[in-house]
Design a binder for this molecule. Structure first.
Ligand code: TRP
Length: 445
């Protein structure tokens, strides 16, 4: 099953641009049956942007209430708050230790802060916190802790996903294949909304229209939208018209065509704004009711998030156990393998286990390097037959499955089996090579 994951930094109040660009498409995507979706409130990330505790708390509630009001079904998806998952900061530290400082030096957000300082004649890192510098590592932990395959984000986040891949590969290389490399998903269909002044709607431009304001306030805000000075009766251009672009993001193609016609026929700006207001309000009004209810009952939101955290931790905490073991944070009582230089550390391999059941038959299991089951065989009369099937699987791969009469475990693909067989073959060849090298060495010395 494909896992799709995205986070929302809790440092502001959701506006129409967030709704059209992120919330609405994500809620639509979350009902696809073939994916498992993870949505979380990135409140640790918010601490990088603001030092105002009340704002973090309020924004967390507002954003959670917005997603729920927009139709996110917490029973269908995993919806949680980042700071409820202690495995995230724990993994962040492990990842920090495999992340090159040079990689982080190249992060756009950090570089922008440095450039600004240099332009102002200040010290390179003036006012730059280590939190800002580490932002990409925390984000990588968010993503790979859940082995997300796909991460839908805005364009400004592409580099962060690429860094998450780099960081995950460094970890895998050193400690074994624990992490899926995430892919970025950019939805080309999704509109970027202009704000009140015609520039991109963004908190940093202070030109936003909050998604949930009372109806009359929404009308007032829209009345303040920047237009040109064309008079009623004069034909108006849809090109570059913020009003038209926002309308389009809410309306059907037919409604949009009608407004285009009205522009050509010289609709008055006041009238066009009224049309826009009514169109937006039609979509927002039903959600506004739910939103207001959640805002008045934060304990309901708290409850939903707590349940989400339980679901998320049920996935995160077993993985974290494995990771702790993989990096050497282990009980002292467990056998300690001899210390090996890191580069020679063996990566885990898939393995076959043979055993006898109480029915007297012989069985085998094939376990992936990560520990999950790939194949659980049917019974054989003798250990010899059992071993022969294992042989056959190793030499023929998934082609042998049908002939042998058993299937892959649920959710396991043929590619995964082929990969496992390949890893085993390669390990065997390598071992043989090492043996040959050794015997050559001893014969020459
Ligand atoms: N940095 C993202 C933003 O500002 C928010 C975020 C935090 C995120 N962690 C994430 C997005 C993990 C996707 C995946 O938009």
């Amino acid at each position: 099953m494909q896992r799709v994951l995205t986070g929302i930094t809790t440092s502001g109040t959701p506006h129409l641009g967030n709704y059209v660009g992120a919330v609405r498409p994500a809620v639509q995507a979350s009902v696809r049956p073939s994916v498992q979706s993870f949505y979380f409130l990135a409140d640790y990330h918010a601490l990088i942007k603001t030092g105002d505790p009340a704002r973090v708390q309020r924004s967390t509630l507002e954003i959670a209430a917005t997603w729920l009001a927009a139709g996110l079904d917490p029973a269908q998806v995993i919806f949680y708050r980042q700071s409820d998952i202690p495995e995230i900061p724990e993994l962040t530290w492990m990842l920090t230790c495999v992340t090159g400082k040079g990689l982080l030096n190249r992060a756009h957000a950090y570089k922008a802060a440095v450039d600004k300082n240099l332009a102002a004649g200040s010290e390179t890192d003036d006012g730059v916190t280590a939190g800002l510098f580490m932002y990409p590592v925390l984000m990588a932990a968010d993503i790979i802790l859940f082995n997300a395959h796909q991460v839908p984000v805005g364009r400004d986040q592409i580099q962060h996903i690429e860094m998450a891949r780099d960081i995950a590969s460094s970890f895998n290389h050193l400690y074994g294949e624990h992490f899926t490399l995430p892919e970025v998903v950019i939805d080309e269909q999704v509109a970027t909304l202009p704000g009140l002044d015609g520039r991109k709607m963004s908190k940093s431009y202070d030109n936003t229209i909050p998604l949930f304001v009372p109806r009359e306030q929404l009308r007032k805000l829209i009345a303040g939208l920047l237009t040109d000075s064309k008079l009623p009766g004069e034909p108006k251009s849809t090109e570059g018209s913020a009003l038209f672009q926002i309308y389009q993001a809410f309306a059907t193609p037919e409604e949009t065509e009608r407004l285009r016609l009205a522009y050509a026929e010289g609709i008055a700006w006041g009238e066009a704004k009224e049309l826009l207001f009514e169109r937006i309000d039609r979509e927002v009004a039903p959600m506004r009711q739910t939103y207001d209810d959640f805002m008045a009952h934060p304990e309901r939101v708290e409850d939903i998030l707590n349940q989400g955290a339980m679901k998320a931790r049920a996935i995160a905490s077993p993985l974290m156990q494995k990771l702790r073991h993989a990096v050497g944070l282990r009980s002292l009582v467990q056998a300690t393998p001899q210390a090996q230089p890191a580069s020679k550390t063996k990566t885990a391999l898939p393995n076959f286990k043979q055993y006898r059941e109480s029915d007297g038959l012989f069985y085998f299991k094939l376990q992936a390097a990560e520990g999950h089951l790939l194949i659980s065989s049917s019974g054989f009369a003798s250990p010899k037959d059992c071993a022969a099937s294992i042989q056959r699987l190793q030499s023929e791969g998934s082609a042998a499955l049908a002939a042998l009469g058993f299937e892959l475990c649920d959710g396991i693909s043929h590619t995964e089996l082929e990969e496992a067989m390949r890893a085993l073959r390669e390990a065997k060849e390598k071992a043989a090579q090492q043996k040959a090298d050794k015997s050559q060495k001893s014969s020459t010395s």
